[in-house]
Design a protein around this ligand. Structure first.
Ligand SMILES: O=c1[nH]c(=O)c2[nH]c(=O)[nH]c2[nH]1
Length: 338
């Protein structure tokens, strides 16, 4: 599942906690509280809490050359005890307001090198500082600021918002485990006007779509990938590489392009190229909604109104849309045999 939707789910699970159990220590029979074991007909499932959308702008100044990074950070903690939920005992709670403050203090102390490194740092701080935190997760979304170019030269301190694609990451660190690092890219919207076909699919009594050897191909790419390690990873470089691989397999060379027999095949080839290029990625998940642009049959209009076959005017139809997704991971056994 792409992280964009996971994030939404994560948010929902935080905010929908409207179930008020009038619980006190006696009611908590499924857990231990104050040294006593309790049984109950109910069991608390997933739980946790955190702060969402902590907005942060970091300005790095090297003389007159300034560099910025703007993030929206979500922090999420799972505490060892459930007594905050079950018994109304707040003693272990690191307030979400405190979590927000920690984000700002760490940014000031250590700077923000990349979303992934910052997320690792924040997770590590929570686990190291509070022994009763069993799991910390940090989601960072980066605002797509680019240095402004003026007459071909980089500006020292002015930036332009260039939302070609959004970058995000999710780091989850369980105590006594290695951090799980997911990089992500979403909202990469692309379109090409040829070199896309869709033919030879199932022909039966339900099919109305004709074969097409030349159609418009447009999609909005989401990709998430899991790192096998954090050691020596150039997270900024990897994000650029993932974007380049996707664009390369979608668009191909500028003069001739690259032929796509289906969204499925294009998506798969992009994933393969990413795994080929970035050794530290162990698994990549991509989704590509098929944003349809249908040809319009204008042949019913008289020739005096519409001349010739219509090859210019298309009808964008965004709903319903096809959705194609796949995860590609390294085949560990095949590597071991080599
Ligand atoms: O590339 C495509 N894959 C499909 O599975 C599909 N289904 C469809 O109606 N059009 C397309 N296009």
């Amino acid at each position: 599942m792409p992280w964009s939707s996971t994030r939404r789910m994560k948010r929902d699970s935080h905010t929908n906690g409207h179930l008020h159990l009038a619980a006190n220590a006696e009611d908590d029979r499924s857990n231990s509280y104050q040294g006593k074991e309790y049984r109950d007909s109910y069991e608390l499932g997933q739980y946790g809490y955190g702060k969402n959308y902590v907005k942060l702008l970091h300005v790095h100044r090297e003389g007159s050359l300034h560099t910025i990074r703007e993030y929206e950070v979500d922090t999420h903690l799972k505490l060892q005890s459930k007594k905050d939920f079950i018994a109304g005992d707040n003693k272990d709670i690191i307030a979400t307001d405190t979590q927000k403050n920690i984000v700002y203090v760490l940014a000031k102390k250590y700077g923000v090198e990349s979303p992934e490194k910052f997320a690792l740092l924040v997770c590590n701080h929570f686990l190291y500082t509070y022994r009763h935190v069993v799991e910390a997760s940090v989601h960072v979304e980066e605002y797509p600021w680019e240095r402004l170019q003026v007459d071909g030269s980089d500006h020292n301190h002015a930036f332009i918002f260039s939302p070609r694609a959004l970058r995000f990451c999710m780091v989850t660190h369980k105590r006594n485990d290695r951090p799980n690092i997911i990089g992500g890219l979403r909202d990469l919207r692309v379109l090409k006007t040829t070199q896309s076909a869709f033919t030879d699919f199932i022909q039966d009594e339900y099919r109305t779509l004709p074969d097409t050897n030349d159609r418009i191909f447009s999609t909005v790419v989401t990709a998430t990938w899991e790192y096998s390690t954090a050691n020596g990873v150039d997270f900024d470089g990897v994000w650029d590489t993932v974007k380049e691989c996707i664009l390369d397999k979608f668009a191909g060379p500028p003069d001739t392009g690259i032929f796509s027999p289906s969204v499925q095949n294009t998506l798969y080839l992009a994933e393969r190229k990413i795994l080929d290029k970035v050794e530290q990625i162990k698994r990549i998940d991509m989704s590509m909604p098929n944003k349809h642009y249908f040809t319009l049959d204008l042949s019913k209009f008289p020739q005096s109104v519409v001349k010739g076959k219509n090859e210019e005017v298309y009808q964008p139809v965004d709903k319903p849309c096809g959705i194609i997704h796949a995860t590609l991971q390294r085949n560990v056994q095949a590597r071991a045999k080599m």
